[in-house]
Write a protein that binds this ligand. Structure first.
Ligand code: ATP
Ligand code: MG
Ligand code: FE
Length: 339
């Protein structure tokens, strides 16, 4: 079946068209430039941008996939979590398309979609897999016996998400928004061991993360430099901060794999685009005998293909479609794959 997926949980209007595990075409429109001067996503601005971008983005995705609207067998849409007003635009559009086409609607979990998208690149996800989900709003370690029906939380951040820490540290360093890609780039010319920044919950015996102490330590270090009238070595700070985050993420992910006897690790979410995370995960997985899967960077950050990928998985699993009055749920828990 041909599944059209719609994503509007944050500032990307994404549409993807998938058949099974094959991505036929996708398109994306972003309002990121409209939010940049505020240093964060402004919900009302994002909602309006989704409204304007929805129809043209759907048309572009269909054209890229070389299919007609009538060919679509099911509609999938992010039902949550995310910004309430932004989610509403996608959900309303998806309901209209499903009703007009007379096809089933699947309201799906954005976080499970960050996991499912890897199937478009690397084929069926081994059952079970461990997933390290690292994004702008979440940082969790998941046990995934089946991405369509059974996603379990083993641990998550007790304060900031990894992506949030990247964004906040980038702001302290005077880099642009969102900060992750800027830190990634700046870090390439810096020394990862220039400063010893704290690694929260490194050896605490849990599967949880904490990044707010690290973020504060970086901010204090930079402020002290500025107060002393000394230049801030941006590349070194970026590299040392990034190393601390990546060290903790990969260490805990491999501990989960070892302690649960799982030999397949997937990394997903926007932070999975980070080049140092990808490299360190590769090294440590190879050393531990764990198979690693990370989708290409464009599939890590928010997109429509991930929603279509999870929709296709639900169709294949024989899941019940959602009711046409399905609500958007801004705080949908990761364990609820479809609503
Ligand atoms: P969530 O998925 O939790 O709802 P979101 O959808 O807003 O959050 P994503 O698009 O999944 O977030 O990820 C965005 C985050 O990824 C931002 O915090 C951004 O800084 C971070 N990010 C993107 N690219 C990189 C990179 N190369 N290195 C580090 N972080 C990155
Ligand atoms: Mg975004
Ligand atoms: Fe996301």
């Amino acid at each position: 079946p041909l599944v059209l997926g719609i994503e509007t949980s944050c500032d990307e209007t994404g549409v993807g068209i998938v058949r099974g595990h094959t991505l036929l075409g996708d398109a994306i429109a972003s309002s990121v430039d409209e939010h940049a001067r505020f240093g964060g996503v402004v919900p009302e601005v994002a909602s309006r941008a989704h409204l304007e971008a929805m129809t043209p983005t759907v048309s572009r995705a269909l054209a890229k996939a070389g299919v007609a609207f009538e060919d679509v067998d099911a509609i999938a849409v992010t039902a949550g979590p995310g910004l309430a007003g932004a989610l509403l635009v996608g959900v309303a559009a998806a309901k209209a398309y499903a009703l007009a086409l007379g096809k089933p609607l699947y309201g799906v979990n954005h976080l499970a979609a960050h996991v499912a998208v890897d199937q478009l690149e690397h084929g069926p996800l081994p059952k079970p897999s461990v997933a390290l989900l690292v994004s702008g709003g979440h940082s969790s370690l998941l046990l995934v016996p089946d991405v369509a029906t059974d996603v379990r939380t083993l641990g998550s951040t007790v304060d900031d998400a990894a992506g949030e820490a990247f964004d906040k540290v980038a702001r302290v360093l005077g880099l642009g928004f969102p900060g992750g890609p800027h830190i990634d780039r700046a870090a390439r010319s810096g020394a990862p061991d220039a400063m010893a920044f704290p690694r929260g919950k490194y050896d605490d015996g849990t599967y949880d993360f904490s990044f707010s102490g690290l973020k504060t330590a970086v901010a204090r270090w930079v402020e002290a430099r500025e107060r002393a009238g000394e230049p801030v070595p941006v590349a070194d700070v970026a590299a040392s901060f990034q190393e601390a985050v990546v060290d903790v993420l990969t260490r805990k992910a491999l501990t989960v794999c070892r302690e649960n006897g799982v030999a397949d690790l997937l990394i997903g979410g926007g932070v999975a685009a980070n080049s140092r995370l990808r490299a360190m995960a590769q090294e440590r997985c190879a050393a531990a005998g764990v198979r690693l899967r990370v989708p290409r960077p464009a599939l890590c950050t928010d997109n429509g293909a991930m929603v279509a990928a999870l929709g296709a998985e639900l169709v294949a699993a024989g899941a019940f479609p959602s009711a046409l009055d399905v609500p958007a749920d801004s705080s949908l828990p990761i364990t609820t794959v479809t609503v």
